[in-house]
Ligand binder design. Structure first.
Ligand code: HEC
Ligand code: HEC
Ligand code: HEC
Length: 356
């Protein structure tokens, strides 16, 4: 029984001994270049993932945005490989730094996490900045929203004004940077002022805010805010329309203005026919595979920035791909311009799904 094994073992040993001298002759150079290409690959593959997932907080060149720490700093360079891997894999409790490892509820495999660590240790941040720009993922300017006395006084008169005030204060401090100072969404997060959300049961929204959405910028707020604060913010989501009816003066923040130039629209249409028509149908009328985009309800309800964000980020858990890594900023804007150009002629009723 054991004989064949032994022979194989012996043969293998012989072969290894025969090979070692030859191999070691070439080894130093070989190993070095292999190692180099290993590092180069890790850095290159991580660059796009960084652009898509991390740049929004840590900046296009790792400079850190607002309260978010830089990654291009000496103190991060000094961190041990192990600590870096742990931070990226598990995140930091009670902060906006989420856990990114699949086994912690994130979206990256362990080898992708190791690649991130090599990336952080070795990358050329100038190159990263160029790549982030190429992908159209330069982070938007941080929106700072302050709740002014006028805003508060416009709320006291309406029913439940106190909860709304509390909710608005939490929202301004914690949520507006991503969801927009007026709740209309930004290029990085969907609108909070949304008919769909208002039609969603409260427990579901509370659960979403408590747990966050793994693999996205929406972290778990459970340990950052108190249950009362979360409750007040969720109430605010349902009453956004009441808020607007007080004539409350939201700070004007131009999150995205897309010129409706005929050229941009034509480019968008051409790209739509190549990349989107197979699922969303001719002129966006929808198919069995994907919903109609050419409809009043969607276009009225979804600001440009939010459409841009959906196209760039995709809809996780569905067939809608994230196009951010494949299309640049101009392409994404052209698609939004094309979809927007249909607003005046779009059917008021969502067209029946085609292709049945
Ligand atoms: C929503 C914002 C956000 C995103 C997105 C984000 N981070 Fe962070 N990150 C933070 C914050 C905030 C901290 C600081 C946490 C703390 O206070 O300890 C941090 C800390 C870190 C640190 C430790 C820095 C230090 O000085 O200790 C590393 C490394 C890091 N992040 C890597 C990443 C990587 C890689 C990604 C993308 C896969 C990423 N982060 C995505 C917000 C973010
Ligand atoms: C760092 C950016 C960021 C911050 C800050 C943030 N969110 Fe989000 N939020 C997102 C993103 C991105 C999504 C979309 C997640 C997905 O793809 O499902 C989201 C989704 C949501 C949704 C679901 C929206 C929908 O239409 O399904 C709600 C509700 C929500 N966030 C509430 C909040 C509240 C309340 C706060 C503040 C306490 C907050 N968010 C702070 C980025 C953020
Ligand atoms: C492989 C099929 C597929 C392709 C290709 C595709 N989509 Fe989608 N898209 C979907 C699906 C499925 C949804 C619905 C996701 C959901 O359930 O929320 C969707 C949703 C959307 C939405 C949000 C619609 C809404 O009502 O919230 C937009 C905007 C969108 N897609 C734009 C595009 C654009 C622009 C392209 C081309 C660059 C594209 N899609 C290509 C499948 C696709």
């Amino acid at each position: 029984m054991t004989t064949p094994m032994k022979i194989t073992g012996f043969l293998a040993t012989l072969i290894i001994f025969a090979i070692i001298p030859i191999y070691s002759f070439y080894e130093p150079k070989n190993q070095e270049s292999q190692l180099n290409s290993y590092y180069t690959n890790a850095v290159l593959t991580s660059t796009d993932l960084y652009a898509e997932n991390c740049a929004v907080c840590h900046g296009a060149v790792g400079e850190g945005i607002g309260d978010m720490p830089p990654l291009n700093s000496e103190s991060v360079q000094m961190m041990s490989t192990n600590d870096l891997a742990k931070t990226v894999a598990r995140g930091r409790d009670n902060t906006l730094m989420a856990a990114w490892a699949a086994e912690e509820g994130g979206i990256f495999s362990n080898s992708q996490i190791s690649d991130f660590v090599i990336f952080i240790q070795q990358t050329n941040w100038d190159y990263v900045g160029v790549r982030v720009a190429e992908l159209g993922l330069i982070p938007p300017e941080v929106i700072e929203m302050e709740v002014s006395d006028e805003m508060l006084s416009s709320l006291v008169s309406i029913e439940g004004g106190e909860t709304l005030t509390a909710g608005l204060e939490v929202y301004a401090k914690n949520c507006s940077a991503c969801h927009g100072a007026n709740g209309a969404g930004t290029t990085i997060a969907p609108a909070i002022d949304s008919v769909d959300l208002r039609a969603t049961p409260k427990e579901e929204i509370v659960a979403l805010v408590n747990d966050g959405v793994a693999g996205t910028l929406m972290v778990s707020w459970q340990n950052i805010l108190t249950p009362e604060e979360i409750n007040a913010t969720v109430d605010l989501i349902y009453r956004w329309q009441d808020l607007l009816s007080t004539g409350i003066d939201f700070p004007e923040v131009e999150v995205m203005s897309i010129p409706a130039s005929p050229e941009l629209i034509a480019d968008g249409q051409q790209l739509f026919n190549i990349a989107c028509k197979s699922c969303h149908g001719i002129d966006g009328y929808g198919t069995r595979m994907a919903p109609a985009l050419n409809n009043q309800l969607f276009l009225e309800e979804t600001p440009n920035a939010a459409i841009y964000q959906i196209i760039a980020g995709g809809v996780s858990g569905t067939m809608m791909p994230a196009w951010g890594s494949r299309l640049n900023d101009y392409d994404l804007q052209s698609l939004v311009a094309f979809l927007r150009s249909q607003a005046d002629t779009a059917p008021a009723i969502i067209p029946p799904i085609l292709g049945e």
